[in-house]
Design a protein around this ligand. Structure first.
Ligand SMILES: [Zn+2]
Length: 81
């Protein structure tokens, strides 16, 4: 009789879409959560480079869906006072 309690790999592939809070571009983020360690992973807006973070097993893949809507072409910069 086989063990019924074999560990099952939770093949978590998460896909979601979001709008960049800075430039308004829309992009899709695909992450893989099937590895042992889940930690905060940075990812960037493909249009302006603003960084975000999410919990995932490895750095997420980002794909631009729609260009930015703010009419500018600058890069996001963390402002340090
Ligand atoms: Zn952006």
């Amino acid at each position: 009789m086989k063990h019924a309690a074999e560990p099952e790999v939770l093949g978590g592939v998460g896909i979601f879409e979001r709008n960049c809070a800075y430039c308004g571009a829309r992009f899709r983020v695909r992450s893989i959560a099937s590895v042992d360690e889940i930690r905060a992973q940075p990812y960037e807006c493909p249009s302006c480079g603003k960084t975000y973070e999410m919990l995932a097993g490895e750095p997420p893949h980002v794909r631009l869906l729609q260009g930015r809507t703010d009419g500018k072409d600058d890069r996001y910069q963390e402002t340090i006072f």
